[in-house]
Design a protein. Sequence first.
Length: 194
Amino acid sequence: MIRVASINITRPTGVTAYASGQRVWTSTTASGASGITAAGSVFYNLGETMFGNGYIVKAVLFSNASGISAASQRLHLYTLSSGQTLVSGTVGDQAALTFSYSDANKYIGFIDFPTASFVTGATYASCTVTADIAFQRAAIRGEGDFSGYGTAPNQVRVGTLVGILEARGVWTPTASQLISVQLTSDAQEGVSPP
């Protein structure tokens, strides 16, 4: 079964150019102890219903301004079990990303959006890439969820797929620029990945 989930980032109003290695985020300060909020980084319901397994097969980055296409972007992906937080990425927009060894067992990989793959127009930029990243266990959907595909607070989530977007080169944003990252997964119902 194909599943699609996305995160949406509305940048702050600043227009200072990004440098390579800086976080692309919704605020100039980290949000909460883990720097993760549903508005910016959590991909919901990508795993199959029974085991939460799946494969990310496609990723798309959209923006309402073409400047983002001047540099590659990288999406780092982590799986978090209930109650876990990240030390990595807990910085605000345009701050240098740091990655912690304590998060190594949560890291499942990254997806690059290369400069050469962007399609741009006067008021947009998009980049579509194929991916091949497996995730497993209850890392994506909550096994305790008896409410279907509802949202918090009605849905109990045992685990979460989290994305942190990183600028991989210099590019100049627009004020309050909109960025969306969409992931597509192939989640075979009731089948655990090999």
